[in-house]
Design a protein around this ligand. Structure first.
Ligand code: EPU
Length: 438
């Protein structure tokens, strides 16, 4: 934990005011990888200032790119004629999404070694569909000493690929391999997330031939080369959704800008079901709540279903709602791991496999809790706004991975939060009086 890895959150807040979200983390990371597909300067705009983007920039640097971030959110990536073909273990471990360089590097170099990303705190997260799809396109892939080693000695060729599940990461990797492959690739049961459409828009701007973006069947006709482009990232629907749930839970009134509300149709419908008034605009929405939320049932599904990344906020809302809610998680097997932290705040939750039954309480009760991943961390902070007392959320570096200026935005919206120093880990030899926090 770094020195300021704790967030203190004063309970009893009401979120009210306006907030604008930056570009989507889960788009930007892949758009940065897509820049590897063309020699020269690509500019990605509306980039969020978060840790994951900084790590991805380092991944690209080590592959031979120069990467500059401008204050106003532009990221300039200058990709070399021949990018490196190996990513190191430490960076991939810190950013699982860096696996998305596999497709573009294989397409450009014909061989690549990417450290195996392993699982993380929300579940096992396999790569079988990435591997099976690339195999079909002519790649040979093996696992060696913790690395995924992929080669395409005869180059990649078009193929028909059926995904067992509409995996976001597999769809993106296959897309980025297919744009430079020889012939036509068809990806069936493709992911339909707005971030997939965003990457297809950027690739098309780079000269790729893609049809069907946003549908379950994407067709890509490979071209010999792509060129750099200037592309603006779409707004972050998960950050926006976090504010929507925060407004509903704190009986607040928040207007969120910078995002297409069409990306959040089901999430906004759920907060409306809980009793909030929702208005949508071309570039945002407003959520107002003037009473205790009512219980609601939620099932996570691939887009356009309810986003798994908003599950912690949904459970938070259910925890303070009137009645019992049933929340079902269908995407990640470990997503309920953070529930034990919410229980520390007094939430009444029972989980069984994919299901959580939540009996709402009028108020939660402050306690020390620990963020286990980005979304769990944000969910705990929002839940702490509904608790009596001051909650300390530790390991908030997870939140920094996905939420730019979270503490500042919360304070601007009327909450009281501050970053605090984490107590040092006990070590030998230990002092005779225990350390206290200043
Ligand atoms: N899966 C496999 N095999 C594969 C690929 C996926 O079994 O080859 C499984 C995974 O284990 C998981 C499910 O399929 O259970 C969904 O995985 P998917 O590939 O769709 O997710 P991802 O690409 O790893 C992205 C986001 C996640 C978001 C999911 C679902 C990024 C960097 N990450 O992950 O975002 O939850 O899609 O929408 O884009 C976050 O931002 O906090 C986050 C976790």
């Amino acid at each position: 934990m770094s020195a300021v890895d704790v967030m203190r959150v004063w309970g009893g807040a009401r979120l009210a005011g306006e907030v604008t979200v930056a570009g989507a983390k889960n788009s930007t990371l892949k758009l940065m990888a897509a820049a590897l597909l063309a020699e020269g300067k690509t500019i990605v705009q509306n980039v969020p200032q978060i840790t994951d983007i900084a790590i991805m920039a380092e991944v690209l640097r080590r592959l031979g790119c120069t990467v500059h971030a401008q204050d106003y959110g532009d990221l300039i990536i200058d990709a070399p004629g021949e990018p490196g073909a190996e990513t190191d273990y430490d960076l991939v471990r810190r950013l699982r999404a860096s696996i998305c360089v596999l497709g573009p590097l294989l397409a450009r170099r014909g061989h690549v070694r990417v450290a195996h990303p392993g699982g993380d705190a929300i579940g096992s997260r396999g790569l079988d569909m990435h591997v099976a799809g690339l195999n079909r396109m002519g790649a040979e892939i093996s696992a060696e000493h913790g690395f995924i080693v992929a080669t395409a000695p005869g180059g990649l060729h078009g193929a028909t690929i059926w995904l067992d599940f509409p995996s976001v990461g597999a769809t993106e990797n296959l897309l980025m391999a297919a744009v430079l492959a020889n012939g036509v690739t068809e990806i069936d049961n493709a992911a339909r997330e707005p971030e997939i459409v965003d990457i297809c828009t950027m690739l098309t701007g780079m000269g790729a031939h893609i049809a069907g973006a946003g549908s379950s069947k994407i067709e890509v006709e490979g071209v010999p080369a792509l060129h750099p482009v200037i592309h603006r990232t779409i707004g972050d629907r998960i950050v926006a959704g976090t504010w929507a749930f925060g407004a509903a839970m704190t009986r607040g009134d928040v207007t969120v800008g910078g995002v297409d509300p069409g990306y959040l149709e089901i999430a906004l419908d759920k907060v409306a079901t809980a009793g909030a008034t929702v208005e949508t605009y071309p570039d945002g929405f407003r959520v107002r709540m003037d009473r205790r939320p009512t219980a609601l049932d939620i099932v996570t599904l691939p887009f356009p279903g309810f986003a798994t990344d908003l599950l912690p906020m949904a459970i938070g809302l259910a925890s303070v709602s009137d009645g019992a809610s049933m929340i079902t998680e269908n995407i990640f097997d470990g997503r309920f791991m953070f529930v034990q932290e919410l229980v520390r705040l007094g939430a009444e939750i029972r989980t069984d496999g994919k299901h959580a039954v939540v009996r709402g309480r009028e108020r939660l009760s402050a306690a020390p809790v620990r963020a286990t991943d980005i979304r769990a961390g944000a969910g705990l902070v929002i839940a702490a706004l509904c608790a009596d007392g001051v909650t300390e959320v530790s390991h908030v570096h997870h939140v920094d991975r996905g939420y730019p200026n979270f503490a500042a935005d919360l304070n601007r919206l009327g909450a009281r939060v501050e970053r605090a120093e984490a107590l040092p880990e006990p070590t030998f030899p230990f002092p005779s009086t225990p350390p206290t926090r200043g």
